[in-house]
Design a protein around this ligand. Sequence first.
Ligand SMILES: O=C(O)Cc1cc(O)ccc1O
Ligand SMILES: [Fe+2]
Length: 428
Amino acid sequence: GFGNECASEDPRCPGSLPEGQNNPQVCPYNLYAEQLSGSAFTCPRSTNKRSWLYRILPSVSHKPFESIDEGHVTHNWDEVDPDPNQLRWKPFEIPKASQKKVDFVSGLHTLCGAGDIKSNNGIAIHIFLCNTSMENRCFYNSDGDFLIGEFLRLQTRSLLTDPWPQRGMRFSIDVFEETRGYILEVYGVHFELPDLGPIGANGLANPRDFLIPVAWYEDRQVPAGYTVINKYQGKLFAAKQDVSPFNVVAWHGNYTPYKYNLKNFMVINSVAFDHADPSIFTVLTAKSVRPGVAIADFVIFPPRWGVADKTFRPPYYHRNCMSEFMGLIRGHYEAKQGGFLPGGGSLHSTMTPHGPDADCFEKASKVKLAPERIADGTMAFMFESSLSLAVTKWGLKASRCLDENYHKCWEPLKSHFTPNSRNPAGPN
Ligand SMILES: O=C(O)Cc1cc(O)ccc1O
Ligand SMILES: [Fe+2]
């Protein structure tokens, strides 16, 4: 369950978790005790996060970190001039394994972001494009948490393992084929489940559906050197060590990686009339200090029924003080039948107008309203942020995926205004 206090021992070492204290003079099985803190020691209980790890060697057993090539990872939000236009990307291209072997870390590309990494306030959106597993390499992020998009056949190994690693957690990603994914990085805060207000005690993403891994260790020497890669203040560093870092035999605490299957999301929606705001689809939120304002919300558009009467059912036309980055994991998105493709993305910046394309408007204004399955087999999502996001050089140019024709999807919109005829009948 989300945020629970858990305890886990590798079954090969029963009793490896010290009883009654965290720091015995000598730990069971002669393990080292190490605390991983995900919040200031003094945070209120409700936000205090830490885990105690009992490991074969402490994390400090490594050679010094050295700077490595960042590739397309950046936290420089001034690389290109601001551009308020609607932006859309065709599916980001995955390099072919036959041409170049690229793993999760070398395949990380920063698309956009905002804020300041050193003062722990901001977000970044990355795309990863890879074709090879991480071999004797792991990664950890000193700057923030990674929320990694949902992918088939992506497997992680980590000291506590699994796909949504929080700050500091080391993980290694295996892929079985050419793989692409989206990452929302938040600096300085952790994701939380949104409050439910009048919805009640249950619904949306239920805490019990968040899965947390069990302890599992490998006691493996790596004479050729195991590489620990660290993203620190937006730059990449590597340190060698001669053992696997996945050497945690037992742990307890509430600071863990977790994963969540989006299929478990309990969708709430309009069952009478009108289009509800997409905040009803919030899976997780990373709060800012302003009440109700997120530095980033993770919102999904899952398969569901559309039943609203006398309603234009697709998303309304709008301008928003929040920035909206959208991606498509599979299927299609209700407001754009063509052009917005799985593996691509779109960015509608602060107050930039957007909404259904002309074709969608025409169809949805005329369709006979019956209960309808919306977007079966699809999964679109939005990273919505109160920060005004800047796009990187890679996003605008080097990715070569920017769709120069995006604005054309609204060009056919024409006026339907009939000043002399009130049609349809007007409000009831
Ligand atoms: O722009 C979008 O497609 C996302 C979105 C969906 C919706 O149902 C209402 C508002 C909104 O921004
Ligand atoms: Fe929107």
